[in-house]
Design a binder for this molecule. Structure first.
Ligand code: ADP
Ligand code: ADP
Length: 224
């Protein structure tokens, strides 16, 4: 089963065509980089794929479910880290993750176990006793990744997860995303080509709302 299928997707905001007839598919286990400059339509496409925004026309399926018709099924199977992820700075890391897990219907021992698992998975152990407000930007982004993973989704959609990080944090978050990608399908957006080279198997390049390239990393390298 294909993880994400986007078919002739279009989104118009007022007069502005943000996404114009784009189509692509992501297979299970792939880490796909969604590459393009600001305003290319990456966030819009991701918000539609996660069910937060309705398409103007076209369809998106996640794990076999149409995102508009079956949004509940889709939310169970997808983890989403928005570009500007609101965090509760006054909560302790575990408190926050328990809260998010609760929103997904987890409770009791299952919730405690999942919180411990995601804390380990994203490398939050050294900082999990702190309040989110006390964490560096890199660790806050790990909290965001843990939050997106709490309900053990099949597909992760990460909107510019490395923007605004310093070089050390960048390297660390890339390696966390790469390790998550060993078990999940990941679509993440960035405007940095080197980032795609570092962690992806494939790049989908968006410009002005259209797909201008969809290539494996090997092909991208050989064509320059
Ligand atoms: P990217 O994520 O690649 O930066 P976006 O999907 O955020 O691109 O934006 C694509 C285009 O749509 C941009 O021109 C942006 O200004 C416009 N846009 C995005 N969101 C809205 C909105 N809510 N209302 C109007 N225009 C929007
Ligand atoms: P997020 O920033 O978490 O992706 P928002 O809904 O706050 O979600 O903003 C979505 C994007 O669309 C932002 O990049 C913002 O700059 C852009 N945007 C929002 N509203 C408008 C608008 N009326 N015109 C142009 N761009 C917009």
């Amino acid at each position: 089963k294909v993880s994400i299928i986007v078919r002739e997707l279009t989104k118009v905001y007022g007069q502005q065509k943000a996404v114009d007839q784009i189509s692509f598919a992501v297979n299970p286990g792939e880490i796909v980089g969604f590459l393009g400059p600001n305003g290319a339509g990456k966030s819009t496409t991701m918000k539609i794929a996660t069910g937060y925004l309705l398409p103007t026309s076209g369809t998106v399926e996640v794990a076999g479910y149409d995102v508009v018709a079956h949004s509940r099924e889709v939310r169970k199977r997808i983890g989403y880290l928005p570009e500007h992820n609101p965090l509760y700075l006054d909560l302790y890391v575990k408190e926050f993750l328990r809260f998010i897990g609760g929103l997904y219907g987890l409770s009791g021992q299952t919730l405690s176990r999942r919180v411990d698992e995601v804390v380990a998975q994203v490398g939050l152990e050294p900082e999990y006793r702190k309040k989110i407000g006390q964490l560096s930007k890199g660790y806050r982004q790990r909290v965001g990744l843990a939050q997106a993973l709490i309900h053990d989704p099949e597909v992760l959609i990460l909107d510019e997860p490395t923007t605004g990080l310093d070089p050390n944090q960048l390297v660390e978050i890339r390696s966390v995303i790469k390790s998550i990608g060993a078990q999940k399908t990941v679509l993440f957006s960035t405007h940095i080509m080197q980032e795609v080279e570092a962690i992806c198997s494939r790049a989908i390049i968006l410009s002005k709302g259209t797909v201008v390239a969809d290539q494996s990393l090997e092909d991208l390298r050989s064509t320059g």
